[in-house]
Design a protein around this ligand. Structure first.
Ligand code: PGA
Length: 252
C-alpha cells in the first residue's frame, strides 16, 4: 500500500523552552526545505506549542501536543482540552504514550475517550501502543497490542481509522538505545495491521499509517522505513538535536 505517505514525528517530551524551540524551528526549516515526500510533525511541550506554530507559519510541518484531556472544559487542574489546542492551530495529539500510561496512570478507557474527543475537535490522534520487555519475554506481546487497540479504539469507526495515526512503541526500546530490529518492528506492526483489519475492515487497516518508535536515529531510520508495514517514526531523544532530526526526516 505504497500510497501511505511517510510520517516522521519528533516528540520533544519535557525538553526545550520557548527560546530554544524558536531557534530549533528556524534552523530545522532551512535543513528540511527540500524534504517534500514526507509528512513532518513536531511535538513540543504545551508551553512551546504557540511559539512553534508561529515559527512554522507558511510551512507544511504539523504541530502535535503530547497529551490532552477528554473533556471540553472543567475543573481539571493542570489539564488542557482539544478545543484549546485546536484554537491555537494544533493539528495532532500524541495519546497513550507509554510514559503517560506509566507515570500518569492513563488507561485504555481514558484513551478511548481522548481519541473520540480529539477527533470531534478536528485534531488527529496518534495513539501509542507497545509491550514491556517482561511482556515480550512472556510471549504476550500480541495480546498486549490487541487489548490496547481494542480498548483505545473502542469508539472509532472504520471511516475514522485512516484519519488517525498509530505508533508502535515497544517500552523496552524507548530511551534505551535498544532499537527493535526492523524484523521485530515489522512483525509487530503487521500484527497491528491484521488486528485492525479484523477490528475494522481490511480497507481501513490498509490505509491507516503505523509508525515505529523507540531509539530511532539517523543510523537506523533507513532500514526501519524499508520494512513494508512501517510508515514512519515517532522519534524521541534524536529529535532534540535539530541536525539529527533533520537527517532522520530526509532519510525517512
Ligand atoms: P526515544 O523515544 O526515541 O528517545 O526512544 C521515543 C518515544 O518515546 O516516542
Amino acid at each position: 500500500m505504497s500510497e501511505r505517505t511517510p510520517v516522521i514525528a519528533g516528540n520533544w517530551k519535557m525538553f526545550k523552552t520557548n527560546t530554544e524551540a524558536a531557534a530549533y524551528v528556524a534552523e530545522f526549516l532551512a535543513l528540511v526545505a527540500d524534504a517534500r515526500a514526507v509528512e513532518i510533525i513536531l511535538c513540543p511541550p504545551f508551553t512551546c506549542l504557540s511559539a512553534v506554530r508561529r515559527e512554522l507559519a507558511g510551512s507544511s510541518v504539523r504541530v502535535a501536543a503530547q497529551n490532552m484531556h477528554f473533556e471540553v472544559e472543567g475543573a481539571y487542574t493542570g489539564e488542557v482540552s482539544a478545543a484549546m489546542l485546536k484554537e491555537i492551530g494544533i493539528s495532532d495529539v500524541i495519546l497513550g504514550h507509554s510514559e503517560r500510561r506509566q507515570y500518569f496512570c492513563e488507561n485504555d478507557a481514558d484513551l478511548a475517550r481522548k481519541v473520540t474527543a480529539a477527533m470531534a475537535a478536528g485534531i488527529r490522534p496518534i495513539l501509542c501502543v507497545g509491550e514491556s520487555d517482561q511482556e515480550r519475554e512472556a510471549g504476550s506481546t500480541n495480546d498486549k497490542l490487541k487489548s490496547q487497540l481494542d480498548g483505545g479504539l473502542a469508539a472509532v469507526t472504520p471511516g475514522q481509522l485512516p484519519d488517525m495515526l498509530i505508533a508502535y512503541e515497544p517500552i523496552w526500546a524507548i530511551g534505551t538505545g535498544k532499537t527493535a530490529t526492523p524484523e521485530i518492528a515489522e512483525e509487530a506492526i503487521s500484527f497491528i495491521r491484521e488486528t485492525l483489519a479484523r477490528q475494522f475492515n481490511p480497507e481501513a487497516a490498509a490505509r491507516v499509517r503505523i509508525l515505529y518508535g523507540g531509539s530511532v536515529s539517523p543510523g537506523n531510520i533507513g532500514e526501519l522505513m524499508a520494512a513494508e508495514n512501517i510508515d514512519g517514526a515517532l522519534v524521541g531523544g534524536a529529535s532534540l538535536d535539530v541536525g539529527s532530526f533533520a537527517r532522520i526526516v530526509k532519510l525517512g
